[in-house]
Design a protein around this ligand. Structure first.
Ligand code: ADP
Length: 160
């Protein structure tokens, strides 16, 4: 059984992330999505909110597991018998950081491979922080996020 690990902050999950999950499901039997609870990025959504928005967006697909993880990814990968870490590559700008992470993870554990998947080109300019910014000012993000995320963003911006 081939298992992929897709780690991220997902603040919030976007259609770009979902595109990567769908591609991973074509190559792997299962995908474990890990949500970073502690992040230096001061997230808009709490960890619980981010996790439940992901579960919701994936329609509780039984080939996908969603859980919190903050430790060393290679430890998680080893413990859960993960075949590969999956990351999305949108543009050259992602490359340097992702390359560094992949090689560092390999240095920490030779057995852990990283696989990069390219999203549909319509998502290559999409990231969570742009979505938060547009939603904060009442812009339409319906092409970029699942409906539940759109509603959650509207609730946040009405509160703030
Ligand atoms: P992190 O804080 O780990 O970068 P993100 O939630 O921002 O977490 O991203 C998780 C992964 O998803 C990263 O590999 C990132 O490159 C990828 N990703 C983010 N947005 C997109 C997108 N629009 N298309 C494809 N991959 C994406």
């Amino acid at each position: 059984m081939k298992v992929a690990l897709y780690p991220g902050t997902f603040d919030p999950i976007t259609n770009g992330h979902l595109d990567i999950v769908e591609r991973a499901l074509k190559m792997f039997d299962r995908v474990i999505i890990t949500v970073a609870r502690n992040t230096s990025k001061a997230p808009l959504f709490t960890a619980d909110e981010r996790l439940s928005l992901i579960r919701d967006a994936l329609n509780h697909n039984d080939r996908v597991e969603v859980e919190f993880f903050d430790g060393l990814l290679v430890d998680f990968a080893r413990k859960r018998n993960v075949s590969a870490i999956v990351r999305g590559l949108r543009a050259v700008s992602d490359f340097e950081y992702e390359f560094q992470m992949a090689l560092m993870n390999r240095k920490l554990d030779e057995a852990v491979e990283t696989v990069f998947l390219m999203p549909n080109e319509k998502y290559t300019y999409l990231n969570s922080s742009i979505i938060r910014e547009i939603a904060r000012f009442g812009g339409d993000v319906s092409d970029f996020v699942p409906p539940a995320v759109q509603e959650a963003l509207t609730r946040k911006s009405n509160k703030g």
